[in-house]
Design a protein around this ligand. Structure first.
Ligand SMILES: NC(=O)c1ccc[n+]([C@@H]2O[C@H](COP(=O)([O-])OP(=O)(O)OC[C@H]3O[C@@H](n4cnc5c(N)ncnc54)[C@H](OP(=O)(O)O)[C@@H]3O)[C@@H](O)[C@H]2O)c1
Length: 335
């Protein structure tokens, strides 16, 4: 049943960034949404058009207005750097606005870990839900602020959570996640590491044993995660190869049944089994595809999990959360 009357009034802060542009593109087509504002970073920014949406959206990107966000919208999507999200969200919550945040500012519950990785978030507001819809639906429904999972954690957790919770993973051995990401994962501003001539024709590891997404993965999984992300010369998409030791006696059938049960009603998780997923199959979609190979003799399981970092890893997942909170069809605006 719809908890909000349609159309719901929504606004975006950070609509000029990669995640924000994707949100804008989804929300202007969403059948249950009225977009009241799409804003850039500063009250002094010039008004901008969005050529990609010409003839789809007649609006303009406006300068940032905290007052307008707090008064004109029932939901505000934050697609801004985490320090800006930590700064913007509390006043919106005080004004009774629901916040759907794609930055990492509110994902980590442990205060010490949050201080290490997200130091701008000094206080975690009440009624924050971790926005992994497939595993946290009830909390999301009642949340004031949804902290959408990071792009890498979304792919990892969708593959691993059912198996860990089902007792099929030997958590004493930890898990190893080798991840490849397209460059848009780093946002719109080019750096020495991400600009074209550095990345084209190359591949590099970064954040080894020091990536902030590990805190979130370990928080949700309750096991040690060795995570090595790589930048690959693609514009979008993430592919993770996940190495797991299963608990003694685990069978191939048990793995398939566990994942099948977890996602039988999940419209955006596609289990591909032996047919291993590829970035091309999920790019520009809200799907996460998960395949796997299992060797029963050695109890080794290798999972491949694949999604579009800007859709299921950011904007699409954020819209999916809106749909769940409002009681809309979970697929609204995302088909
Ligand atoms: N890229 C991904 O794949 C991805 C995936 C999941 C989550 N995220 C998260 O989503 C957020 C946005 O990422 P992105 O990749 O879209 O970054 P981006 O391309 O660099 O865009 C950043 C956006 O934030 C705005 N902004 C910058 N500083 C601001 C401030 N102090 N106050 C208000 N707005 C400000 C920018 O506006 P101007 O154009 O005016 O500068 C721009 O709209 C980040 O927190 C990121 O961690 C990104």
């Amino acid at each position: 049943m719809n908890k909000y009357s349609s159309p719901v009034r929504v606004a975006i802060a950070g609509a000029t960034g990669y995640a924000g542009q994707e949100l804008l593109s989804l929300l202007v087509r969403h059948p249950e949404v009225h977009l009241v504002a799409a804003m850039s970073s500063s009250p002094d920014s010039a008004t901008r058009s969005m050529p990609r949406l010409a003839r789809t959206w007649e609006g303009k990107i406006e300068p940032l207005s905290r007052a307008k966000l707090a008064t004109d919208a029932s939901f505000v999507f934050l697609a801004v750097p985490e320090a800006a999200a930590a700064d913007l969200a509390p006043a919106l919550l005080d004004a009774g606005v629901k916040v759907i945040d794609v930055s990492g500012a509110f994902r980590v519950r442990d205060a010490a870990l949050r201080a290490k990785w997200y130091p701008a978030t000094t206080i975690l507001p009440e009624h924050v839900a971790y926005g992994l819809v497939e595993h946290n639906r009830d909390a999301i429904t009642n949340a004031s602020l949804v902290a959408c999972p990071g792009c890498y954690p979304t792919a990892a957790l969708l593959a691993l959570l059912p198996l860990v919770q089902g007792g099929l993973v030997d958590v004493s051995r930890g898990v190893i996640i080798d991840a490849k990401s397209g460059i848009s994962g780093a946002g719109r501003t080019a750096s020495d590491r991400t600009h074209f001539s550095e990345n084209h024709g190359s591949m590099s590891a970064y954040g080894v044993l020091g990536h902030r997404h590990v805190a979130e993965m370990e928080q949700e999984l309750g096991t040690e995660v060795t995570f090595v992300p790589h930048l690959v010369p693609l514009d979008r998409g993430i592919l993770e190869t996940i190495y797991v030791r299963t608990t003694p006696g685990t069978t191939a059938a048990a793995i398939g049944e566990c994942l099948g049960r977890a996602y039988q009603h999940a419209p955006f998780v596609r289990l591909t089994g032996d047919a291993l997923p590829e970035i091309k199959h999920v790019a520009w979609t809200n799907f996460c595809d998960i395949g796997w190979k299992f060797d029963a003799d050695s109890q080794r399981l290798v999972l491949i999990s694949c999604l579009d970092n800007l859709v299921k890893g950011a904007a699409g997942q954020a819209v999916q959360n809106l749909n769940v909170i409002c009681g809309f069809d979970e697929r609204a605006g995302l088909r």
